[in-house]
Design a protein around this ligand. Structure first.
Ligand SMILES: [Zn+2]
Length: 304
């Protein structure tokens, strides 16, 4: 299908993890009991890969190291279908639980596992549960140090436990401290309103709220020619999701809207748009002098 330059620019991303990796399950299941739970990711990725093929969209898949460990075939299937493989770390530890050194090891191990399977260099990273925030700014230096080219961990919203509310809502260069090394950052899509930035990039917001909010957010980004980066998890499409002993609120957040998720994603992918992988976007933006720099440590923005 010929694609015009004026089409809205969008990036579809998946955080490829199992249902039991989610933060809400951490206190009740936790890494030591992961293997007691059935793996579901393969079937869900099969569904998502065929949906992407039908819609002619290539995605970026941030694959968790633990998925690569238990289901290397999933990583191969994603790569063979032409999607980009990037890293979601090894063990889905929120960065607040890690030290700079253990974080470095966590990311390095995940990249090695993925690269051993695909034979291709991993170029991008996304932190678990958007946990790269101002308090874990040190992670940026580790990512640069590991040779990663881009990050997609910043959610420019004000939320308890995550979000960097005043981060740029367009691709930028992210630094931990003034004058520090920078990494290319692709923030998740938000819709700037008088009430602040509304999260319309996917995840729980995609399943729990009316889909028109995402459509409006996408339309706003298209009008302003901003890149829209969306994110989803394979378990969000699993109508046979095993029941975990979660709190009432977390159960509601996790198990609502699974049935209509494939249809909703199809609706989001249907309008004419130019869908790019973040790796391809990074190639285009690497030397772009117009990108702003955003520093996490003092939250000051400078153009440069
Ligand atoms: Zn995750």
């Amino acid at each position: 299908m010929p694609q015009s330059r004026s089409l809205p620019l969008r990036a579809l991303t998946f955080d490829v993890e199992e249902y039991y990796h989610i933060e809400a399950a951490y206190p009740v299941i936790g890494p030591r009991r992961w293997r007691e739970w059935p793996t579901r990711v393969e079937a869900q990725m099969e569904l998502l890969l065929s949906l992407c093929q039908r819609m002619g969209v290539r995605s970026t898949c941030f694959v968790l190291g633990d998925v690569a460990r238990r289901n290397p075939g999933v990583v191969r299937a994603i790569a063979e279908a032409g999607h980009e493989i990037a890293s979601h770390g090894s063990n889905h530890d929120r960065l607040h639980r890690l030290s700079p050194e253990s974080f470095r090891r966590d990311v390095e191990n995940s990249c090695r596992m993925l690269e051993d399977i695909t034979g291709k260099k991993v170029r991008g990273y996304r932190s678990p549960s958007w946990s790269l925030t101002r308090t874990t700014a040190w992670a940026v230096d580790a990512l640069v140090n590991l040779g990663l080219e881009y990050d997609a961990s910043i959610f420019p919203v004000a939320r308890r436990g995550y979000g960097v509310s005043d981060a740029p809502i367009t691709p930028h260069r992210l630094a931990s401290a003034p004058g520090g090394p920078t990494i290319l950052e692709f923030p998740a899509l938000v819709w700037p309103t008088r009430l602040g930035n509304l999260p319309v990039a996917g995840g729980g917001y995609f399943r729990l709220l009316p889909l028109r909010l995402m459509h409006w957010g996408l339309a706003d980004a298209a009008r302003e020619q901003r890149l829209s980066t969306l994110y989803f998890h394979p378990w969000e499409f699993d109508t046979g999701l095993p029941i975990m002993p979660l709190s009432r609120l977390n159960r509601l957040r996790t198990y609502t809207g699974l049935r209509h998720a494939p249809d909703r994603l199809t609706q989001l992918l249907r309008p004419p748009a130019r869908w790019e992988t973040l790796g391809d976007m990074a190639d285009k933006l690497r030397d772009d002098p117009s990108l702003p720099t955003f520093t996490l440590a003092n939250a000051r923005r400078a153009t440069g």
